[in-house]
Design a protein around this ligand. Structure first.
Ligand code: SF4
Length: 497
């Protein structure tokens, strides 16, 4: 028993006279047969002392008034101050009884991380130090993390999940970088090294339009003409000195000959190159991948230096291009790197409001690469990163995870807080990951429905930007308006499963 000094003596003696028990019995407060038994005292306390109960430390404050020597206990824990006040009654306060005190100490408590998540849910976003902790969440903390990221997503996006029906045009698979995980890239000695000519592109476009595609993803290796004479000559034969000029003309062809909207990902670009491509693209993109400049997978990859990539994202912001970016996880970066990479993107987005979508992509080990035997991120690693991304960016951001890289985990990605599946093609493979087929859209729709979500088609330009004249080119206005409904998603009559 823990008692104040003045009471220790009569409690140890069981002194009924000292506690005026007879009067209390007559007043009906205690039954007439009640017996006040002597009780050993374990700790005598006074003002300022501390009492330890398990992991909790209670501070003693003296509150004479009810009786001489009466004390209360103050518990500061989980960002709250709790007062165990015995039967002292304070003006305008409730009064906690002893049995409630015991209940409080023995009831299951939320962890500090769960308390933090409640704060983040109210605030709407996580701070950097908080994200460092959350990206390591485990057990019930992880479940709570998923709950909060799902709630944040629901508050803004409701139960709608989107995708873009696209055709993938790999304009060239040559590249001046040599990322250790890439199977897409082909050097000039490889018989599969290629630059698509306009007729090849045209044939794909025709097929795509007939299959209901609305986005043309033009994705290619970065500046191969600066590294390979072979590529330079091939490009010259097509009539170009720079790949970026060829990309421009291909986009123009898409606009002139189809009803679709180009989205170019040509990697790191200079400001004048983005300015030029903006005129013929509904949106553009490039993965940041990681802000860690020392990853061995990016050795000898001049375009993969984080400063180069962050500058590209910055230029896109200055030029008001709706931009898609993201991180690639499992390529040697630390958990803190992931958080920092997302905060780097957030910082630019706060300044320019141009990031339309964040991709969380998981590294997959592929044969015939330097990383063939490297460990892939676990599913929980992926799920935590998606959830933390949602918490960093808050309710509004569109967050996607590629649906073809881990098809068995679609449900978990939904529970982790994504609201988009990115581009899915009914006519072309994912040339970057050709061994991973796109999901069947009808099957994906079923997965979404099972968890209470509705799958809707969107354009390459996200709803947030479709009516914004600063972010859009006039050349796309009519086709955008023709395609979308009042929710700025593709009209049901245009949507194809
Ligand atoms: S991942 Fe991209 S940048 Fe890296 S080598 Fe492949 S095509 Fe080039």
């Amino acid at each position: 028993m823990i008692v104040p000094k003045i009471a220790a003596n009569y409690i140890e003696r069981g002194d009924e006279e000292a506690i005026i028990l007879e009067i209390a019995k007559k007043a009906g407060i205690y039954p007439m047969d009640y017996k006040f038994n002597a009780c050993p005292v374990n700790q005598i306390v006074e003002e300022g002392d501390e009492v330890r109960v398990g992991k909790y430390v209670l501070k003693v404050i003296e509150t004479p008034g009810h009786c001489i020597g009466h004390v209360c206990y103050v518990l500061e824990a989980n960002n709250k101050v709790n007062l165990f006040a015995g039967d002292v009654i304070f003006y305008e306060s409730g009064n906690r009884k002893e049995d409630e005190f015991l209940d409080y100490l023995t009831e299951p408590r939320q962890s500090e991380l769960q308390d933090l998540l409640n704060i983040i849910l109210k605030r709407g976003h996580a701070k950097r130090n908080e994200a460092y902790q959350l990206i390591k969440a485990n057990g019930t903390d992880l479940l709570e993390l998923l709950k909060v990221s799902s709630l944040l997503r629901d508050q803004s996006k409701g139960k709608t999940v989107t995708y873009s029906r696209k055709v993938f045009i790999p304009l060239t698979n040559m590249c001046r970088n040599t990322c250790s995980y890439c199977t897409f890239v082909k050097g000039p000695d490889n018989p599969d090294a290629h630059i698509m000519n306009p007729d090849e592109v045209r044939a794909k476009l025709k097929q795509a339009e007939a299959s209901g595609c609305k986005e043309v993803l033009i994705s290619l290796g970065e500046r191969p003409e600066l590294r390979y004479e072979f590529t330079k000559k091939w490009l010259n034969k097509l009539g170009y000195k720079r790949m970026v000029d060829y990309v421009y003309d291909i986009c123009e062809m898409v606009i002139k000959e189809t009803s679709m909207i180009p989205h170019t990902n040509a990697g790191a670009l200079k400001v004048e190159e983005i300015k030029k491509l903006k005129m013929v693209n509904g949106s553009m993109g490039m993965m940041l991948e990681s802000n860690n400049p020392n990853l061995s997978v990016h050795r000898d990859c001049p375009d993969k230096h984080p400063m180069v990539r962050l500058n590209t994202i910055r230029y896109a912001g200055e030029l008001k291009v709706p931009f898609t970016t993201g991180i690639l996880i499992g390529i040697g970066e630390s958990l803190e790197d992931r958080v920092d990479s997302l905060f780097d993107i957030l910082e630019l987005h706060k300044k320019y409001n141009h990031i339309q979508e964040i991709i969380i992509q998981n590294f997959r080990a592929k044969k015939d690469t330097k990383m063939a035997n490297s460990e892939e991120p676990t599913i929980w690693d992926m799920v935590r990163t998606i959830a933390v991304c949602r918490l960093i960016f808050g309710r509004q951001m569109n967050i996607q995870a590629p649906p073809n890289l881990t098809p068995e985990m679609h449900q978990l990605f939904l529970l982790a807080g994504i609201n988009d599946w990115g581009g899915i093609s009914p006519v072309t493979p994912d040339y970057i990951n050709p061994e991973k087929p796109w999901p069947n859209i009808t099957a994906l729709n079923s997965v979404c429905s099972e968890l209470g979500f509705t799958l809707r088609e969107r354009l390459t330009v996200y709803p947030e930007y479709v009516y914004d004249a600063d972010f859009n080119q006039e050349v796309f206005t009519k086709r955008i308006y023709d395609f979308i409904d009042e929710r700025k998603l593709v009209k049901e009559e245009w949507a194809t499963c």
